[in-house]
Design a binder for this molecule. Structure first.
Ligand code: SIN
Length: 189
C-alpha cells in the first residue's frame, strides 16, 4: 500500500519563511545523503526509538511486495541518534518526494553533539498511514526484509548500511542490531 504525503507535507510548515532549516535523519538519511547541505552534525532527538515498521513500496519494495524501512515510535526520554543537516528550504522539495510514502514532517528539538540545541524537522511515518506495517517478531521482520527489494536496492542492504553507520558512530540500537543479526544468519551460506 502506498500513501503519498507530498501535498500534506507542503501544508504542514511554511518553509518559504526560512532562509535555512535543520533536518534530522535517523535511517537512510544518515548514510544516503543525496542533497546539498550547509552543515552536518551528529545529533540526538529525545523521546523516540527507531523501528523497522514502515512499509516501503517505492524504495526497498514494490506495491505488490512492500519492504520494511525505519520510522520512529514514541519512547519516553530515550535519545535517538542521527545526523542533522542545515539545509536551504528547497531541499525539502527533494526530501518530501524521497520520503513521500507515508512520512510526515514533524518539528523537533535537535541536540547536536556539541551540545547546541536547534529546532528542525524530522520525517516520521505514523501508525495511521496506509503503508504502515507495524511490529512483528525479529525473525519475521528479518525474513520479510531478506526477501524484499525495490528501486533503491535490496531491503537487507538498507538494514546493513544503517547498522554499520550507527556502529561507526559508536551507537547501540538494539532493535536494528537484532534484525541485522537475524538477517546475517539468513544470509550465511
Ligand atoms: C530518515 O532516514 O530520517 C527517514 C527514514 C528513511 O528515509 O530511511
Amino acid at each position: 500500500m502506498s500513501f503519498d504525503t507530498q501535498v500534506l507535507n507542503s501544508r504542514r510548515q511554511r518553509l518559504d519563511d526560512y532562509d535555512e532549516l535543520w533536518v534530522f535523519g535517523y535511517a537512510s538519511l544518515i548514510y544516503k545523503v543525496d542533497f546539498a547541505y550547509l552543515e552536518q552534525a551528529q545529533a540526538n532527538i529525545y523521546g523516540y526509538e527507531r523501528r523497522l515498521w514502515q512499509g516501503s513500496s517505492d524504495h526497498r519494495g514494490t506495491p505488490e511486495r512492500p519492504g520494511r524501512v525505519a520510522t520512529l515510535i514514541p519512547s519516553e526520554n530515550m535519545p535517538c541518534f542521527g545526523m542533522a543537516f542545515r539545509v536551504t528550504p528547497e531541499v525539502f522539495l527533494h526530501l518530501d518526494h524521497r520520503e513521500k510514502n507515508g512520512y510526515l514532517r514533524e518539528e523537533v528539538s535537535i541536540v547536536l553533539l556539541s551540545g547546541r540545541e536547534v529546532r528542525g524537522l524530522v520525517y516520521i511515518a505514523y501508525p495511521d498511514n496506509a503503508a504502515f506495517l507495524g511490529d512483528a517478531p525479529i525473525k519475521d521482520l528479518a525474513k520479510h526484509i531478506f526477501q524484499s527489494k525495490g528501486p533503491s536496492g535490496k531491503n537487507k542492504d538498507y538494514v546493513y548500511d544503517l547498522a554499520s553507520s550507527l556502529r561507526a558512530c559508536g551507537v547501540n540500537d538494539p532493535h536494528i542490531f537484532a534484525v541485522e543479526k537475524a538477517l546475517r544468519q539468513l544470509d550465511a551460506p
